[in-house]
Design a protein around this ligand. Structure first.
Ligand code: SF4
Length: 280
């Protein structure tokens, strides 16, 4: 009987029907094609700094060495004596000059020297102290919230990591890097308007987004150079490589800068554009 069935199948289909090993069929039903692979969640890639070519690294580091010789006193131009003051002056320096902040900050810290004192400060008095800096209502709001967050979440201490700093109210990545580099001596690249402009003029990056500029420049320099590099570029941007009329004819980077000629190249004309005074 069995032989008869096998014979009959072969006779009608031309082959002996049976489940092949690994066909994927289960439970004796008909073969329905391969079983799809289980879905695996894709890992979200962390942004990685682009790999720069060696000649760019060499040129960038040479430019920074020249800037270090040109501006041996380069440092933060805001005055502060501890991490809390550094954080506050950096936050209130938005949309104003360092010189104005330096004029206003002694009275501010004499009245409210700690996060606890500033968190409890009467708003009207803070507004009066911050008045000369413009946007004083918003700035008062910022320093009050900032001080309250330091008291409530950090026992009145300024945190020492980028991740914690950027969670504080009113503190962005730029401010966090200023604090890391200048108050704690930890590596930090400060991409302000000068830094971004110069990094692009130098041909170090074409990025315009500050975080991308930071990553691109970070890939060119060892971490130990990051803080001073920031000062060098900011000083050069304030004194020679101005946004509108850079002093190309009086620039020590002229031979290495792809943007040479953006400003006057005549040495006498260019020299008049160089500013030598302290904080802007
Ligand atoms: S050569 Fe001109 S554009 Fe280049 S860094 Fe000097 S001042 Fe700036």
């Amino acid at each position: 009987m069995i032989l008869a069935v096998v014979w009959l199948t072969k006779a009608t289909t031309g082959r002996v029907g049976r489940w092949s090993r690994g066909s994927g069929a289960v439970g004796g039903g008909p073969y329905a094609g391969p079983v799809p692979a289980p879905k695996v969640a894709k890992k979200v890639a962390e942004p990685e700094p682009p790999k720069p070519d060696t000649s760019l690294v060499r040129r960038a580091r040479k430019m920074d060495r020249i800037l270090a010789e040109t501006y041996p006193d380069a440092a933060a131009e805001l005055d502060f004596t501890n991490p809390f003051e550094c954080l506050v002056v950096t936050v209130v320096s938005a949309q104003t000059t360092d010189r104005r902040v330096n004029a206003a900050s002694p009275a501010l810290f004499a009245a409210y020297p700690t996060p606890e004192a500033m968190a409890a400060a009467p708003r009207e008095h803070l507004e009066q102290l911050l008045g000369p800096l413009g946007f004083f209502r918003a700035k008062t709001d910022s320093v009050l919230k900032l001080s309250q967050a330091l008291v409530e979440n950090h026992d009145g201490e300024v945190p020492r990591t980028l991740e914690e700093l950027v969670k504080l109210p009113g503190v962005g990545r730029k401010t966090a890097n200023v604090v890391l580099g200048n108050a704690f001596g930890l590596p930090g690249i400060t991409v302000d308007t000068h830094f971004g402009r110069l990094a692009r003029r130098f041909g170090w990056t074409e990025e315009t987004d500050p975080v991308k500029v930071e990553l691109a420049v970070a890939a060119l320099f060892p971490k130990r150079d990051w803080t001073m590099l920031s000062h060098h570029l900011i000083w050069h941007g304030r004194r020679r490589c101005h946004a509108k009329k850079p002093a190309c004819g009086a620039c020590p980077l002229a031979r290495l800068c792809p943007s040479y000629g953006t400003g006057p190249t005549d040495p006498e004309v260019a020299e008049k554009l160089v500013t030598t005074q302290g904080p802007a």
